[in-house]
Structure formats: structure tokens, C-alpha cells
Write a protein that binds this ligand. Sequence first.
Ligand code: BDR
Ligand code: CA
Length: 316
Amino acid sequence: KIPIIIDCDPGHDDAMAILWALASDKLELKAVTTVAGNQTIEKVTTNAIKVLTKARRYDIPVAKGADKPLIRKLTVGGEVVHGSSGLEGPILPECGFEPSNLSALELLIKTIEESDEKITLVPIGPLTNIATLLIVRPDLKEKIERLSIMGGGAYMGNWTPAAEYNIWADPEAAKVVFNSGLPIIMSGLDVTHKAYVTREENEILRAQGNEISVFAAELIDFFSKYHYEVEGFPGCTLHDPTAIAALIHPEIFTGVQCNVDVEVTGELTTGMTVVDTIGYKEKIFGEKVDKNTYVLFNVDRKKYVEYFFEAMKALN
Ligand code: BDR
Ligand code: CA
């Protein structure tokens, strides 16, 4: 099993990413750490605990992380997309356990240090906690297998025309992470916009009938409103679960290994991931470029939906 830590800001799609990880026999979810993003740190931490409570996984530690980006002000993404709690829609259980006494940073360090195997990090919110970890404990990089990140986009944004929310929210942190030298899989908007569930398919999910399938369908009911009404999409985009699927079903994705860097000073483009699929620097100037990231571009959507539904069915 691949040992993973999910660093998140639940968030409807964060919630579904956590559930998918729990269902997979290829992954071992060691810890969940939270970061302010879709909502305040208090709200997203409560939401993470409630999602694990819903799945009866009281054994997975949840630790509260950064309450704001490294140097910028917090702009919560959730009011528009995820509602005032960050997880509006389904009725949530009361918290079944308390957050860890450790901070997210401390729990990340402890989990990585204590693991016999290298850990895979799955950041699906702003990259504040992960950048802090890499800054304060660069020695731990050798115990990190890779990062499977939901964030960015080669050819599009969703918070500004140029930038995706997770990267835009803390671009300085994202820059640290992309330049860390660690291998990265990037599930950006290029692929996540193709990883959607239609209304008709969501009824199939609901009809599976078990508690978690119904819960996921209700999450999709709320989350899809924004995608239909504001973005005009054909279905509900499952951004964050893509970072999980990329680890357990890599064969359904295609991508390009290339250099990705992050714009932090742009007038119009702050938070943009600059994705060099062509390899310009190398081809024109002969400069060696660090192909730091495997950027996903396409997914077999039917298989993605099928595997996601199977996973929700496997949980009680
Ligand atoms: C990302 O922003 C949040 O709304 C989602 O949880 C996802 O991580 C998509 O841009
Ligand atoms: Ca998220």
C-alpha cells in the first residue's frame, strides 16, 4: 500500500477525495492535515473530522494547519462554491473525535519521520502547510516519495482567467513546492474539468443506496450548482479526487513531463502555473530545464466515474 497524507481544506471535492482514499486497497491514509482555503481553518478542520466520522474512521488523526497563506491575506474560496460552512448540502454528523494536539506541521513531520516507507503527500488545498514543511525540514525530502497535487492549470484558471484557486490563494507557497526538487503529479484544471459527473450519473451513484454513496451524491448536488450555473459545465467537476485517482488508476490518465513554475508577481497572472510543455528554454537556448512535474491533461472519464462509484459503494 502507498502511505499517504492528505493536506486539505474540505470542501466538497476534498471530502470525496478523502472517501476515495479510504476505500482504496492501494492506499493507506496515515493522516489528514488541514489548511485555510475553501473556508477558515476552524471550519475546514471540523469538516475533515465530520467526513471521517461519517466513514467511521475515528482512527485517522486530523491536525489543524495554517490559518492563512505564507504572506498574503486569506481569501476563502468557499462562500461561492462550497457555502458558508465549506461543506453545505448533506446533513453532517457531529464530530466523532477531537483534532490532534499536534499542529499540521508537527503531524506531517512526525508521520514522515516515523514511517519506514517514503510518504506520498496529496495536497488538495492551498500549499501553505507543505511549503512550510519543506522550508523548515528540507532534510525530510528524502522521505517523501512524491506529491500528487490538485492545483493549477496549463491553459486555464478558475479564480482568475489565469489562475486556479489553490495556487492563487498562496502562490509563494506553491512556488516553494514546485521548486522543491520533489517529483510532482499535477492534477490541474486541464484534467479535472474532464473528470466530471453528470446529473444522470449522480442518480446512479445515489441509487447505489449505501450511506456513503448517498452522502457523495448529496455533496455533488450542492457542489454541481456552481459548475452548472456559473461555469456552464456539463457536470460536477471532481477536482480533488483526481489527485487520488492519479495514484491508484494512473493508466486512465495521460500527461506530459515538463517544467512547471508559479507566477508570484504578475499584474494579471498572479498564481498562474507556467507549464512548459514544449520545453522552450531547452529547445531555443539549450538550457537544462528541470522537468519537475507530470502534468495531467486527459482522463478516460467513463472509467473515472466507474471507479469513483465503485469506491463509494465499497464504503459503508
Ligand atoms: C480547488 O479549489 C477548491 O474549490 C476545491 O476544493 C479544489 O481544491 C479547485 O480549484
Ligand atoms: Ca480543495
